[in-house]
Design a protein around this ligand. Structure first.
Ligand SMILES: C[S@@+](CC[C@H](N)C(=O)[O-])C[C@H]1O[C@@H](n2cnc3c(N)ncnc32)[C@H](O)[C@@H]1O
Length: 452
């Protein structure tokens, strides 16, 4: 038993070192580690909790550690992560007694380093145990306090406060600390939502219908990825905000649709399902490997109307004539600051300059595809980020440079009831904040190409 827990914390440290440096938190990486080390389900849950929780609280843990060590810059990276994951467990988890956490961390330090490091780890953790962590309410500056307490970089807190005000930013940072519910989108050409819900309920799942999409199901209890219907490709895992994008494309049968940034194909396949697999969807992605994922997803779901290929959306006039498409979706590459609930590490790797570069790419893509839409056709622009530079300001730029486009007024009438009158609605579209639903932050808008 003792060895198992030692192994578990050692694996957690390996994962944190990798994700902490390179990013890319995913339940898949954790599942792979569990399989590799033959861990039981219960241990897997603790492993996930330690890795996810430590990443999610990294800046808070750094702040805590600062008050126990003089020169943090002198400590090896792996020792820092070992201290973070230990302090995380001591402060946030009740399941394991402090003395056990300290004992195992010291053992890891001894094995990976040497006795001196083990003594250092022991000393720091014993001080944490004795004195407790510092009181965050004593931080005077409210932006710094919010940044430390919710582990969001200060530049981001300041940027959000400037863009949305303190109250909305605080709600957003708090919401990002919560766990996201699992939601799936039924493949309606294979099974109805009611039938799938019934099958899941019969097998002990707790589920409820989404109010955002009539294909959506909220999984309240049970691991749906282990259910037969997952292997049978009767549904796709998709966030509710993400489902809303295709729902708001005003799609009809037999349309010709362009999905300019399509991988891994969550929205492309949703579009195909909504058109009953009629018409044609041209789906592109900058990376050939990723474009292949779209084809694979379409194949698994039995959808034939999707033609996926590699292409740079900034050069699509080379592939298609003007006025070809009834609908265009640009689900643009973005900073991903709306998905921090499920990808807690994203916030630490992003820099303010990244946003400027991304906004340039977003504008270039929109400029390129503008001529490809038919008159009266509709263009949906979406991102999974909360940031005006990538959302409202990109739309403002586009409308200024393409006077033939205007915001489609009917877009607002088609929003689900719970989004009407929300803070994020403006004349330029809809910003969904992570606190609005138990889902991701997203920006969605729809423009129409006006006939003379
Ligand atoms: C937000 S993701 C798209 C998610 C996808 N729509 C879905 O629902 O599954 C953005 C995608 O744009 C791709 N991308 C980035 N730059 C691109 C470009 N210049 N042209 C086409 N695709 C691009 C990325 O590789 C990434 O897969």
């Amino acid at each position: 038993m003792k060895n198992e827990k030692y192994l578990l914390r050692s694996i957690a440290l390996d994962l944190l070192l990798r994700i902490g440096e390179q990013g890319g938190f995913s339940h898949l990486a954790i599942d792979q580690m569990m399989k590799k080390h033959n861990l039981e389900k219960r241990d897997g849950a603790l492993l996930t909790e330690i890795v996810y929780g430590t990443l999610q609280r990294k800046l808070t843990l750094e702040y805590f550690l600062d008050s126990f060590v003089q020169r943090k810059d002198k400590i090896d990276n792996w020792v820092k992560w070992l201290l973070y994951l230990s302090i995380y467990q001591m402060h946030y988890l009740e399941k394991v007694p402090d003395h056990a956490i300290i004992h195992e961390s010291v053992e890891i330090a001894k094995k990976r380093g040497h006795k001196g490091i083990a003594n250092f780890v022991n000393g720091v953790l014993r001080s944490v145990q004795r004195q407790g962590v510092p009181d965050l309410s004593e931080i005077k500056d409210e932006n710094v306090r919010l940044s430390v307490a919710t582990s969001h970089p200060l530049w981001l807190v300041k940027k959000w406060v400037k863009q949305y005000g303190y109250a909305v930013t605080e709600e957003m940072c708090q919401a990002n600390m919560s766990h996201k519910q699992m939601t799936v989108r039924v493949q309606p050409l294979r099974i109805s939502r009611d039938e799938l819900m019934e099958q899941l309920e019969d097998d002990g799942f707790q589920v409820s219908p989404s109010k955002v999409s009539d294909q959506g199901i909220i999984i309240e209890k049970g691991n749906v990825l282990k259910h037969d219907t997952f292997a049978q490709h009767l549904f796709t895992v998709q966030d509710e905000s993400s489902m809303l994008v295709a729902e708001l494309m005003d799609l009809e049968q037999n349309m010709t649709v362009l999905d300019g940034c399509s991988a891994p194909g969550g929205k492309t396949t949703h579009i195909a399902e909504k058109m009953n697999d009629s018409g044609t969807i041209y789906a592109y992605d900058l990376h050939a490997k990723k474009a292949k994922l779209v084809t694979e997803k379409a194949d698994k779901l039995g959808l034939h109307s999707i033609q996926a290929a590699q292409a740079d959306a900034r050069q699509l006039q080379l592939k298609h004539n003007s006025e070809t498409f009834d609908r265009i979706l640009i689900d643009a590459p973005c900073s991903g600051l709306g998905v921090l609930k499920s990808k807690p590490d994203i916030r630490y790797n992003k820099k303010e300059e990244d946003i400027i570069n991304l906004a340039k790419i977003q504008k270039d893509i929109l400029d390129e595809i503008a001529p490809l839409l038919k008159s009266d056709g509709k263009l949906v622009y979406s991102t999974c980020t909360v940031d005006k530079d990538e959302n409202e300001k990109v739309v403002t730029y586009f409308l200024k440079h393409h006077p033939e486009y205007k915001i489609d007024p009917t877009f607002f009438d088609q929003l689900p009831i719970m989004f009407r009158n929300k803070v994020g609605i403006s004349k330029l579209g809809m910003q969904i904040f992570p606190q609005d639903l138990n889902s991701d932050g997203f920006f969605i808008t729809r423009m129409v190409k006006v006939t003379e």
